[in-house]
Design a protein around this ligand. Structure first.
Ligand code: SME
Length: 161
């Protein structure tokens, strides 16, 4: 069920981003598609973009969130720094976790990378349940992130962003 949802999601995202060259529009629709795929499990889903030396809040679905996250700060800033996915089964056990909502209990953050490995954004998903994310989530969300990152890079090379 979860895998089937993810497989549909990845092909949906593929089609959704094809041909679009505006980063905000792409990230907005992908946030909506992710939330629609798992409305119960994904309490907050959205993107932070690398702008200068920090992460800046981008399109998302869910409660209001903090605007700025520094390099190496919180789960998002740490995923940016490491250039790798971070799965946090219990946010209270992650040193430096940034609590945008007290209802968030577990989290996954996946970096979006350009072809040269540079992180241009992160995908952040929070759950109100403990340990909501496993290797299946990681596997498919990394695929979603790769599809979106490729399109963002194509958009930026077209001088759109
Ligand atoms: N918890 C994140 C901050 C972003 S919100 O969860 C939407 C972090 O520690 O980086």
């Amino acid at each position: 069920m979860k895998e089937e949802n993810y497989r549909l999601l990845v092909s949906q995202v593929d089609a959704l981003v094809a041909g679009e060259t505006d980063a905000t529009a792409i990230l907005a629709n992908v946030s909506a598609a992710l939330h629609d795929a798992f409305p119960e499990r994904f309490f907050w889903v959205g993107f932070y973009r690398v702008v200068g030396d920090e992460l800046l809040l981008g399109p998302f679905q869910g409660p209001v969130a903090c605007y700025h996250i520094g390099y190496g700060k919180g789960v998002c800033g740490t995923a940016w720094q490491r250039g790798e996915t971070i799965v946090v089964p219990d946010v209270e056990a992650f040193p430096g976790h940034i609590a945008c909502s007290s209802l968030s209990r577990s989290e996954i953050v996946v970096p979006l990378k350009h072809a040269d490995g540079t992180v241009c954004a992160v995908l952040d998903i929070d759950s109100a349940e403990l340990a909501a994310f496993d290797d299946t989530d990681r596997h498919y969300l990394e695929q979603v992130a790769a599809v979106v990152a490729r399109q963002l890079q194509a958009a930026s090379e077209n001088g759109q962003q």
